[in-house]
Design a protein around this ligand. Sequence first.
Ligand code: SF4
Length: 701
Amino acid sequence: TSRAVVAEKVVESVCPFCGVGCQTEISVKDNRIIKVDGRDGPANRNRLCVKGRFGFDYVLSPERLTRPLVRREDAPKRADASMTFADIPSVFREATWEEALERAAKGFTRILETRGSPALCGFGSAKGTNEEAYLFQKLIRQGFGTNNVDHCTRLCHASSVAALIEGVGSGAVSAPFTAVEDADCIIIIGARPAQNHPVAATFFKAAAKRGAKLIVMDPRRQGLMRYATHPVVFTPGRDVALLNAMLNVIITEDLVDRQYVQANVDGYEALAAKVMEFTPEAMAEVCGVPAETIRDIARAYATAERSIIFWGMGISQHVHGTDNSRALIALSLITGQVGRDGTGLHPLRGQNNVQGASDAGLIPMLYPDYKSVEDPDVRAHYEDAWGRALDPVTGLTVVEIMDAVEAGRINGMYVMGENPAMSDPDQNHARSALARLDHLVVQDIFLTETAWFADVILPASAQAEKWGTTTNTNRQVQMNRAAIAPPGEARQDWELIVALANGIGLDWRYGGVDEVYAEMASHMHSLDNITWERIDREHAVTYPSAGPDLPGADIIFREAFPTPTGRARLVPTDLVPPDEMPDADYPLVLTTGRLLEHWHTGAMTRRSAALDAQEPEAIVAMHPRDIGEGGLTPGQKVRVETRRGAITLTLRADRDVTPGMIFIPFCFNEAAANFLTNPKLDPFGKIPEFKYCAARLGPAA
Ligand code: SF4
């Protein structure tokens, strides 16, 4: 007899991990996922990576939260790697939904009445749906009365979005990554798509095989460089030196598309004057790239008929992250490499719904569709819609909120699906702040490191257990469909937000998540002509869409930019060094990032047996030459220390890591990389410098 398990049903949904947004077919039997296959979505065309195909078993983990929990009165607030599921009874007790929701709401009401709106805040999630993001920011703004609402975009592409809105009037990508099929030259900088956007990487590799020029620029080597016509390893933190030198070449060699600039772009003269000092010869030593290579890649990009730029956290997570993006935007604008097939600007979005959560207003300075909270007309619109006066001042960002908590100015926090006790920089500071909160409500599917600090924990749903829309890196709004029921008493996230809103005195009534979508879309012109029914019927619709029957626009900025003048704006950049340079005490450069097998803080993938078996251990990667010179041995335990903390990990030899650098993935809670990282912020995007700080490494005691 056959031992194959036969599915009872197959549900069409979307991968929960990265911003590529691969469409999936989830096979189900006995309310359990038995396999996941790819289907023919616009971003994946039947492909899936290891996470999408094999990482689904986190949903079935015995560590799923199945009943509400409340903190025992005598339990101290702390979280460390030694705490396990077995510790739950000594820290929390189970509660009914009625008790948990009442306690959650009363805690917020008490702070609201005694300390006022500025003492409250919320962290939403880029892993939730658009509808959840919309409801969450609405609750914080309408119910808490503050704009202190943010999410992990602050830790990934906030600086890119700041530069894009300033330069071209829109924070979203101008072209999907599939546009590489029409491109003659592709720049990928500060991104490692083979690890972090693996299905997108297959399109990049195919384009290179077809003959497109592929310029891969990164401070660490990577496998994708084997496909590159121009692999460029540069000095970490010196992006602006390299990019301004490329701009210098394009301007001095008259490779500028003057007609395009004249018709569409402001600020050219100031940019040209600024980059004159950034000659390739002067910058070669600064950025570690020979002058002739800088000339080669500048010419390749500028003279190709169609060129496109992709970037990731290596660009954005710096104190000069906004400047890095400004320089990339300048490259595309002065060469007219935007607004046509095969051209464009594409910050590769990390989380599955970081684009949608940002679009839906889960950010402290902007309502849905990137409308300023300080614009009186916009505020009047929402005051009219929501029936109460709204906070006229920009709220605090993720790291600023933690500082305010530590200073005692914020006392209550609602966290939905985020894990600041792993994701924020300088964890000693972040965890000390979480421990100070008078009232913390965490809504999640697992007892995350953050949940250990909570007063009330609300068990929620995994993506495979709920309906809702998410928006991928390509601006494709896609339908996620529930394949299985949540475990135990766990409930839908959107229903929990509504319950909390009503618990603090609002009167929210939604008949279903589709009604939430309809309300959200009524406030967002970007979703004009994109109804819930249409997304369900077509599975994915790209925004903007000019008509209910017209396909969405893959390429934007064809005619003009969505700025008040219709023109784009160049912003010259200076060379700003990393905040913390190596010195005699801390001689190494520490950079952090992700692994192919693990997703962000590891809350999901560390609980996937299939994925954790591939990368089960906290590691620090170092070049073999540095290992040898340090008298160390791969596989031994080492201690890595910065001015903020120290952790112990296993040493891994890795030739991709440049001598003088070390790399630590931030997914391992037993040795959380963010105990080490620098919280210093980019002044525009307010993003911390995760990609660079000074460190030292030695044998563990
Ligand atoms: Fe999921 Fe991203 Fe992998 Fe696609 S590339 S299967 S969206 S993790």
